[in-house]
Design a protein around this ligand. Structure first.
Ligand SMILES: NC(=O)c1ccc[n+]([C@@H]2O[C@H](COP(=O)([O-])OP(=O)(O)OC[C@H]3O[C@@H](n4cnc5c(N)ncnc54)[C@H](O)[C@@H]3O)[C@@H](O)[C@H]2O)c1
Length: 482
């Protein structure tokens, strides 16, 4: 009996010891503070990737039925939203049906834009949940969301569930969980969900993308992008201080998409390549802390002043992204493309290098003069002008002049809206799909997670759920395309 008793105690001890070991392993590999469970696998932080629910289908190349008049409801009419209302007044075949802001006066103020353009008054909604009534209307096709980041996803989900297409300002979501919610709601309801990444439509980016797609730079190896913009004049003007408050609570690159979106397009992300993992680092906070002290009277501030992130793709390409909204630096989105046969650079001064131009004296079979650094410089202005003319993007050819006249960051905002409406009118797939929306928006939480864990690599979720190589490159659709 004594013998059995000692075996019994030994078994109990073994049970607790194993359990303790299991729990401690779990604690060692589980990552805390993430929106979805995450763990360490093969030296990388990996977020759970939910399976596609029964009945949901991929939205790759999704095209909705043509919409002859695109009826729009705008939600969020602070600094950014009213300009979108104005731009839509310049696009034929659109009707502004409803205006909504938490603060009624902001929505009402936009009626002037409509009357100035000779358009009828729109219905006005206000309050925290006014957007729900707007989404419940059956005479709206598109909900255009320009609220603070925290409200993007609640409004978008409500709109999608009520059968509306959605276009959402940048970043469309701030967490991995919310990125998946957008993907799932778009797939479930068969409605578009597009991130309003206007920089994809800027003139330099479009020309450089067109060159890249025609092989001018050879095989693309490395791309760079940034959002370097000192927001000091703006901090006090965000409604209810939402932006500084978010940065006060979160480190990481929370506003990456102006550089990252165009970069991902050049690399054909989820159209033949995919984002595998990233590592991110932030500096200490100096000016961020000062702004927080002034505006929020707090000593605590999570976001570092300058953030650098590197991303590796499945096909062996790299992306470098930076974020800085606090330092006294000139505005800069970097935007660089390095290919095997050429190079493009947008900031601080635009330039291109093409393989034959860069050969210099070597082309004549002579030993290069190492003092002559010009041979390593940008292509001469006349060559660049010629190349820009040859590779002028079809969007610019079609609407570039009008866009420059109407404006909106030099015209890119108008081209973005015009393309969105063009594709909806004609029942074409959008240029930017829900997977772009999720891939570009997920940078906030992924970079924050890397920074919080000593810059550990973090896997980028595959929001296409395995379909990243089904398409052969990024394609823009037109009526009567061959
Ligand atoms: N693509 C670009 O170039 C660009 C430029 C500026 C801003 N943005 C983006 O546009 C968005 C808005 O930025 P902003 O500078 O106009 O900020 P803002 O604070 O001026 O405007 C946000 C508006 O949303 C409203 N709002 C808040 N909660 C709401 C709710 N529940 N229902 C309806 N309205 C609500 C606020 O009252 C406010 O008027 C952000 O996502 C920002 O990142 C993009």
């Amino acid at each position: 009996m004594k013998h059995y008793k000692s075996h019994f105690y030994a078994l109990i001890c073994l049970f607790f010891a194993t359990n303790a070991l299991f729990v401690s392993c779990n604690q060692n590999t589980g990552i805390s503070g993430t929106s979805l469970p995450a763990r360490i696998e093969n030296g990388m932080i990996v977020f759970d990737e939910p399976h596609r629910a029964a009945g949901q289908q991929s939205m790759l190349q999704f095209a909705a039925d043509p919409i002859p008049v695109v009826r729009v409801g705008f939600v969020g009419l602070g600094m950014r939203g009213p300009d979108a209302v104005e731009r839509f007044c310049h696009i034929d075949g659109t009707s502004v049906v409803a205006l909504c802001d938490k603060y009624e006066d902001r929505a009402v103020a936009c009626q002037k834009i409509l009357s100035g353009a000779g358009r009828p008054e729109a219905a006005v909604y206000s309050g925290n949940e006014g957007y729900k009534e707007l989404c419940e209307r059956d005479d709206i096709d598109l909900v255009y969301i320009c609220t603070n980041w925290q409200m993007h996803v609640p409004v978008a989900l409500y709109a999608l569930e009520h059968g509306k297409h959605v276009a959402i300002e940048v970043p469309s979501a701030t967490t991995i969980e919310d990125c998946w919610k957008l993907v799932d709601a778009s797939e479930r309801n068969r409605k578009h969900c597009m991130i309003l990444e206007n920089c994809c439509y800027d003139f330099f980016e479009m020309t450089a993308l067109n060159m890249a797609q025609h092989g001018v730079f050879g095989e693309i190896l490395h791309v760079e992008g940034a959002y370097i913009h000192n927001l000091e004049p703006f901090w006090k003007h965000y409604a209810d201080n939402w932006r500084l408050e978010y940065n006060q609570q979160h480190d990481g690159d929370q506003y990456s998409t102006h550089g990252y979106g165009p970069d991902c397009q050049v690399l054909d992300i989820h159209r033949g390549d995919k984002l595998n993992y990233l590592v991110s680092m932030s500096t200490k906070s100096v000016n961020g802390k000062k702004r927080a002290k002034e505006i929020m009277n707090t000593e605590e501030f999570a976001q570092g002043d300058h953030i650098c992130t590197l991303v590796k793709t499945e096909k062996g390409k790299t992306i470098s992204i930076q974020h800085n909204t606090f330092s006294y630096r000139p505005y800069n989105r970097l935007y660089q493309i390095t290919g095997s046969d050429g190079f493009a650079n947008k900031y601080p001064s635009e330039g291109f290098t093409f393989k034959p131009d860069n050969l210099g004296d070597q082309a004549d079979g002579q030993v290069p003069d190492i003092e002559n650094l010009n041979i390593h410089g940008f292509a001469p202005a006349d060559v660049v002008a010629k190349m820009k003319e040859i590779y002028r993007h079809p969007f610019e050819k079609e609407i570039g002049m009008t866009a420059k006249e109407i404006g909106g960051h030099g015209g890119m905002d108008y081209i973005m809206d015009w393309r969105l409406v063009y594709c909806l009118h004609n029942g074409l797939p959008l240029d930017i799909d829900v997977y772009d929306t999720a891939e570009w928006s997920c940078m906030g939480e992924l970079t924050e997670t890397s920074i919080r864990n000593n810059s550990m690599p973090v896997k980028v979720p595959d929001f296409t759920r395995g379909d990243w190589d089904k398409l052969d490159g990024l394609k823009f659709h037109f009526v009567n395309e061959q």
